[in-house]
Ligand binder design. Structure first.
Ligand code: IVH
Length: 718
């Protein structure tokens, strides 16, 4: 079942840490496949989406950034077969822009960093972004002495012999050339040469290359340089590494100098100024993309003035003075064979298109999300028509796109190809899993009907039940070792667990003499693992109130809200009493819940509805016969004000005495709120060594800044 990635804004700390770990592994794997093996398994757009998600999560939780973060790394470590070359100047990568706003942001960042006026001109050198592989060519006194691949950005492979076979790469540069000059640029293969090579491959019974980039990479990294020589590679110079002297004061001037020395440079590059001109360049190059005869995947803008480039410098893996403006994601046309409805934990019905499989950007796609009933009907979230109002029907020929989103989207319908008998899609009014009514709620505030249909079946809905059980055992909830999503799904399917309480009666039932379904006889289980599982379950018979509250899976009650609730009420009984008093209530009746810091009317209503539902009350009663939630100390319950109440604290830089999460927890326990970024609401910044932009922002906003020692003092730990 395709699962939509949780939006970054909705991730808990714990989930964010897990996601970052997962993304680090996944991206490293793709890096190795792409850079080392020349055999990627996902499209560039999807790869970019992974990196972007990683960066977004890191921006939200800067302290969770991992030492092995992909944002600190470029490419993959080199393969074993070539000698290694340490790059005197690292070969870094480029940050990506995907639309005009990103480009405007880039320019504004540059201006801010250089302390220029908001409308100060910043000429950039704009060039096509060649889809090949980068190489570094070292020239000493104008003679080509060594060539290397990028590798991991710091160390590449010595492919000098192979690069010597590339016609575009001169052995000797012409004219007055600096003593040492490392030319950087892209090795690529033209479409025509790629087609011819693949023809030869097939004729020789060898597998064809997936695309020109892979062909170029595979050709360059041949141990036998005569093979490289037989492959028609080309080269464009666009940058430089170590240089004993700079040939010009501008990017455009340096590129012109390289051209004068006899190096091939891209003829389409232009010096442009201002967002409009940059976007016009992008549009122009995109329009000419098909006729270029080689693959490009966007354009690159570089601040033209080299003194400015120097001042701007680098941030982790990319220069602040350049950005790649990618072309829109690739699209493909296919047919919708059916529409299926998936039901999530909170009962949301998500329509998914089953497609005739089609390759989009190098990846086979057979499912695409259709979001909700409105999306299918041609209505956007704002109630306005999308796709000019064209609806989506089974049998339709559609355009699918794999863009930033990991899940492919159906972006448009080809009406000309609609079968005569195609019917408008009737979105189900009952849950396809349990048959309960599916409703679209009305948002009281806006009076608008929610775009999402929800199953009203609650726990009697098998789909919701499974998803809720998975949530119940998840990391921040009961976190039972040996009982993960897979086991839950299997136990539920076999009727062993229908509701949370059943987890805790599993052992008793397992021991019944006539039981034919003993756990130890299941695949993947044995005496020991079953004993371990029961022990792990027993360990959770008492549990902290916040975890217990979170585990219930009440809509809108994430771990933070659960903690706020637990702190506020102190016991489950008190919380439940308040929640049940609300019922389906409105207005002032919600006050008992909205009194909780962090609980607004929407959350309060969701809690009230949850407890108003009989299934839920029954499930909780059953659970409470098995499990005891601990009482929680209510901070300030004695009426005394907490020492840091009302403060919003940001920790930045390195802390030496305690980890950042511990420092944040300490601050919270003293009544403060903590935040990841400095804003007008911030009242205090605790800055350790290495603090940067947040510290700057704090001083700009006149916010008090203290060091760790002073902080510990204030927290009563000094
Ligand atoms: S400049 C420090 N210019 O894109 C900046 N890169 O996504 C060095 N690329 O590693 C790169 N065309 O392999 C630059 N006109 C161009 C480019 C270009 C293609 C590649 C290059 C780079 C990657 C970054």
């Amino acid at each position: 079942m395709a699962k939509e990635a949780t939006p970054v804004a909705a991730l808990s700390r714990e989930q964010a840490a897990e996601e970052l770990a997962r993304l680090a592994g996944e991206i490293a794997g793709h890096d190795a496949r792409y850079h080392r093996d020349d055999a990627p398994i996902i499209s560039d757009a999807d790869y970019d989406a992974l990196r972007r998600r990683n960066a977004e999560i890191e921006a939200r939780f800067p302290d969770l950034k991992r030492p092995d973060s992909p944002s600190e790394r470029v490419g993959a470590a080199p393969g074993e077969k070539f000698a290694k070359v340490r790059h005197a100047v690292p070969m870094l990568s480029l940050d990506n822009a995907f639309d005009g706003d990103d480009v405007a942001d880039f320019l504004n960042r540059v201006r801010r960093f250089l302390k220029l006026e908001a409308d100060a001109p910043v000429p950039v050198f704009a060039e096509p972004k060649i889809d090949g592989l980068s190489a570094s060519l070292r020239y000493e006194r104008g003679r080509f002495v060594q060539g290397a691949t990028r590798g991991d950005g710091f160390e590449g492979e010595d492919v000098t012999r192979n690069l010597r076979t590339v016609d575009d790469i001169p052995e000797q540069l012409q004219g007055r050339v600096p003593d040492i000059f490392e030319v950087r640029g892209e090795v690529y293969m033209s479409h025509a040469d790629f087609a011819a090579l693949n023809e030869r491959q097939v004729a020789a019974d060898k597998p064809p290359f997936a695309n020109p980039r892979n062909a170029a990479a595979g050709s360059l990294r041949q141990l036998d340089a005569t093979i490289t020589a037989s492959r028609p590679l080309k080269f464009f110079a666009y940058a430089w590494g170590e240089a004993s002297e700079r040939p010009a004061d501008t990017q455009s001037g340096a590129v012109a100098a390289m051209a004068a020395w006899g190096l091939p440079v891209n003829p389409l590059a232009r010096r442009v100024e201002g967002v409009e001109a940059m976007l016009a360049f992008h549009a122009d190059i995109e329009a000419r993309r098909a006729e270029l005869g080689y693959d490009i995947d966007g354009v690159v803008y570089k601040v033209d003035d080299l003194a400015r480039q120097d001042a701007l410098g680098f941030v982790s893996r990319s220069p602040r003075w350049a950005i790649a403006h990618k072309f829109a994601a690739e699209q493909a046309t296919t047919v919708i064979e059916g529409i299926e409805i998936q039901v999530g934990r909170t009962g949301a019905l998500t329509p998914v298109a089953r497609l005739t499989p089609v390759t989009v950007g190098g990846v086979v796609v057979s499912n695409a999300t259709l979001h909700n009933a409105d999306y299918i009907a041609g209505i956007g979230n704002d109630g306005q028509p999308i796709r000019e109002g064209r609806d989506i029907r089974v049998g339709d020929t559609v355009i699918v796109q794999r863009a930033g989103d990991v899940i492919p989207q159906v972006v448009d319908v080809v009406l000309d190809k609609r079968p005569a008998d195609a019917q408008p899609y009737a979105f189900p009014t009952v849950c396809p899993v349990c048959g309960s009514h599916a409703v679209r709620e009305v948002n009281e505030k806006t009076g608008k009907v929610d775009s999402v249909s929800r199953c009203t079946g609650g726990l009697i809905c098998a789909a919701q039940a499974v998803e809720r059980l998975k949530h119940f055992v998840s990391r921040m909830a009961f976190d039972i070792e040996g009982l993960g999503e897979k086991q839950i799904a299997a136990f539920h399917a076999d009727g062993l667990i229908a509701q949370p309480a059943d987890i805790f009666t599993l052992e008793l039932r397992d021991a019944e003499p006539d039981n034919l379904k003993r756990l130890k006889n299941r695949e993947g289980f044995g005496e020991t693992s079953v004993a371990n599982l029961f022990a792990a379950i027993d360990e959770r018979r008492t549990i902290d109130l916040d975890r217990f509250t979170y585990a219930l899976g009440i809509r809108h009650v994430g771990e933070t809200t659960a903690r706020d609730i637990a702190r506020h009420f102190g016991s489950f009984g008190a919380f439940r009493e308040a929640a049940e008093s609300v019922g389906g209530g409105e207005g002032a009746e919600l006050d008992v819940l909205t009194d909780v810091d962090g609980v607004g009317p929407i959350v309060a209503r969701a809690i009230g509805e949850f407890f108003a539902e009989e299934h839920n009350r029954g499930a909780i009663d059953a659970l409470l016969t098995q499990v005891t939630p601990n009482e929680m100390e209510r901070p300030g319950a004695d009426g005394g004000e907490l020492p840091l109440a009302g403060q919003t604290i940001v920790f930045t830089g390195a802390l030496e005495e305690m980890s950042r999460p511990d420092a944040e927890a300490l601050a919270q326990s003293l009544g403060a709120k903590t935040a990841g970024s400095v804003s007008k609401k911030t009242t205090l910044v605790v800055a350790g060594p290495g603090a940067g932009s947040k510290l700057k922002k704090a001083s700009e906003l006149g916010i008090e800044v203290i060091d760790e020692a002073a902080w510990l003092e204030r927290a009563g730990k000094g």
